[in-house]
Design a protein around this ligand. Structure first.
Ligand code: NDP
Ligand code: 8X3
Length: 252
């Protein structure tokens, strides 16, 4: 039997990188994608080209994705799992202190990017048949609104609904679909959200015990290894230090 294959978007950092490590270390082949080629090459160098195939691609660019997916070598097919993970928040201030350009980038990455990749990879998942799964990374921000969450939260609500809708379209195909919705996690997420403030990314989580990338990699592993006839529709994860806040009331 050949080793199963997982395709991970955003394998250059955070959840994606930790999941690449988890699967590469446990008998899976990994197709690692992202924009930062040097990080993809470092990952491939660590595990070897037989275990890790890399695709440099921007999820906003549908043509680039189609070409990258069409060039996947036979040894990395079919794809048994897609971790549709690339995403970002830009800015954390409430409207009107926002940049329209940031809203556009979040929509194009978190919504169109997820769609581009789903569309390109679905035929390979269908080929894998029983046990195949697509895991779309949403967020608790798609369920719980907060000031400054605006388009980021809205884009993650899209991910959940799209996952549910896709399950209906895939009826009878054996392909499973999950909306994976983490809460606060220490990755490079805050550095990106603050336009490159890596120092803040280090102090932002002080005094809290956030989710770590390895926790999400473990969850992806668990999801992928459920019995073939089980579909986990959605999974919401918070660190114990984070709670779902009650809706705010403004009193006069
Ligand atoms: P990181 O910033 O550490 O990783 C984000 C990944 O997304 C990088 O590998 C990056 O790769 C990739 N990416 C971003 N934009 C693009 C693009 N246009 N094309 C291709 N790849 C892209 O953050 P996380 O690991 O935390 O984020 C992963 C996912 O988890 C995101 O969807 C995020 O919204 C979600 N999430 C994060 C939470 C958190 O608190 N950290 C909580 C809940 C959900 P590269 O730059 O090389 O292209
Ligand atoms: C990121 C989680 O709570 O920072 O998706 O918006 S949160």
């Amino acid at each position: 039997m050949t080793d199963p294959v997982i395709l991970i978007t955003g394998a250059t950092s955070g959840f994606g990188r930790a999941t690449a490590d988890k699967f590469a270390q446990n008998g899976w082949k990994v197709i690692a994608t992202g924009r930062r080629r040097e990080r993809l090459e470092a990952l491939q160098a660590e595990y070897g080209a037989e275990r890790v195939h890399i695709i440099e691609m921007d999820v906003m660019d549908a043509d680039q994705i189609m070409k990258g997916v069409a060039a996947i070598p036979d040894a990395f097919k079919p794809v048994k799992c897609l971790l549709n993970n690339s995403g970002l928040a830009l800015g954390s201030k409430p409207w009107p202190d926002i940049r329209l350009e940031d809203w556009r980038t979040m929509v194009e990455t978190n919504i169109m990017g997820v769609l581009h990749v789903a569309h390109a990879v679905l035929p390979l998942l269908k080929e894998a048949g029983k046990g195949a799964s697509m895991i779309n990374v949403g967020s608790i921000a798609g369920r719980f609104a907060y000031p400054g969450g605006n388009v980021y939260g809205a884009s993650k609500a899209f991910t959940r609904q799209f996952s549910y809708e896709l399950r209906c379209d895939l009826e009878g195909s054996d392909v499973r679909v999950t909306s994976l919705e983490p809460g606060m996690a220490k990755t490079e997420f805050t550095a990106v959200r603050t336009y490159g403030d890596y120092a803040l990314n280090e102090t932002f989580y002080d005094g809290a015990e956030p989710i770590l990338p390895e926790d999400i990699a473990e969850t992806v592993w668990w999801l992928t290894n459920r019995p073939d006839h089980i579909n986990i529709n959605s999974i919401e994860i918070m660190p114990v230090c984070q709670t779902p806040a009650i809706p705010k009331i403004l009193r006069k």
